[in-house]
Design a protein around this ligand. Structure first.
Ligand code: RET
Length: 278
C-alpha cells in the first residue's frame, strides 16, 4: 500500500481545485518572500541600536534566513506534489509528497533563537540571561519534537495526533510559565516610559504562538481542500507574526530604549556635531 506509508499529512490525500492549489502556492510564496526581504531590514536596523542590543535584530535576520529557506522548500515541494488531471490538482503518491514536517524541523532552530531574543532585548543581565534562555529552550524543543511525532498521525484515527498533541501542550504550558518569568523580570527593569512594551508583548506572544496548535488540530475538521488551504494560511499568519512582526516590535522597542539610555546613532551624531555637515 503506497498511501499508508507515504502519507503523513492530509495534503497528500486531498484533490484540490485549481483555485485552492493556486492559493496554497501564493500563501507559501508570500511567506518566504516576506522572510527573505526582512533580512535586510533587520541588518540595517541593528546599526541604529546601542551596541549591546545589536545582536537582537541580527538574530531576527538569522531567523528570517532560516525560515525563508524552509518555506521556500515547502513551496517547491507543494509545486512538485500535485499533478494536473483534467481540471483538478491530484496529490502524487511516491517520490514527491508534501510534508509539514520540515516546518517542525525548522522551529527547532528558530524557536530557541526567538526566545533568547527576549531576555537580551529586555536587558536581563548575563548569568540570569543564560539560565532563562536554557530554561525556555528545553520545554520549547520538547514541545516541538513531540508535536512533530504527533503530526504524522493526522491521517489516521487521530489517537496519535491527540495523545502527542496533549503531551506537546503540557510542554507548551511549561514554556509559557518560563516566558512569563522573563516578562515579569522585563517589566521590573524596563524604563518607566517603556513598561507597556513587555506587558503588551506578553499578550501578543500568547495570541500568535497559540495559532500553531490550532493549525495542528485542524485536520480533525475534515479532509478537504479548504482545510488544507486554511491550514497553510494559518501557519503563514503565525510565521509572519511570531518571527517577522515580533522582530519589528523588539527592534522598535530597542530603538527607544537605546535613545533613553543616551545612545546617539553615528549618522545623527555627525549631523548635530559642530564638525558635521550642518
Ligand atoms: C504543536 C503541537 C500541538 C500542541 C502545541 C504545539 C505548539 C507549537 C508552537 C510552535 C511555535 C512555533 C514558532 C515558530 C517560529 O519559527 C507543536 C503544534 C502546543 C507554539 C514560534
Amino acid at each position: 500500500e503506497v498511501a499508508a506509508n507515504a502519507v503523513g499529512n492530509i495534503e497528500n490525500l486531498v484533490t484540490l481545485t485549481s483555485g485552492q492549489y493556486t492559493m496554497g502556492s501564493l500563501i507559501l510564496m508570500v511567506s518566504y518572500g516576506a522572510h527573505f526581504a526582512f533580512i535586510l531590514y533587520f541588518l540595517m536596523t541593528s546599526m541604529q541600536l546601542a551596541p549591546r542590543y545589536r545582536i537582537v535584530p541580527i538574530m531576527s535576520a538569522i531567523v528570517m534566513a532560516s525560515a525563508g529557506l524552509s518555506l521556500l522548500r515547502e513551496f517547491t515541494t507543494w509545486q512538485d506534489a500535485y499533478t494536473l488531471v483534467g481540471a483538478s490538482y491530484v496529490p502524487m503518491q511516491g517520490e514527491s509528497i508534501f510534508t509539514n514536517a520540515f516546518r517542525y524541523g525548522n522551529w527547532t532552530i528558530t524557536v530557541p533563537i526567538l526566545l533568547t531574543q527576549l531576555p537580551i532585548a529586555f536587558a536581563i543581565s548575563r548569568p540570569d540571561l543564560h539560565k532563562r534562555a536554557i530554561r525556555m529552550s528545553i520545554p520549547a524543543v520538547l514541545m516541538i519534537w513531540t508535536g512533530l511525532y504527533g503530526q504524522f498521525g493526522e491521517t489516521g484515527d487521530f489517537s496519535r495526533l491527540n495523545i502527542w498533541g496533549v503531551i506537546s501542550t503540557i510542554f507548551f504550558v511549561w514554556l509559557i510559565i518560563e516566558v512569563r518569568g522573563v516578562i515579569t523580570a522585563a517589566i521590573a527593569n524596563s524604563p518607566p516610559q517603556l513598561v507597556n512594551w513587555p506587558k503588551n508583548l506578553w499578550y501578543y506572544f500568547l495570541a500568535t504562538w497559540g495559532l500553531y496548535p490550532i493549525a495542528y488540530a485542524l485536520p480533525q475538521l475534515g479532509f478537504t481542500g479548504d482545510i488544507v488551504v486554511v491550514r497553510q494560511l494559518l501557519f503563514s499568519i503565525a510565521d509572519i507574526s511570531t518571527k517577522l512582526i515580533y522582530g519589528i516590535i523588539l527592534s522598535r522597542y530597542l530603538l527607544r530604549r537605546s535613545a533613553l539610555e543616551g545612545y546617539v546613532p553615528a549618522a545623527e551624531a555627525l549631523e548635530t556635531s559642530p564638525l558635521g555637515a550642518k
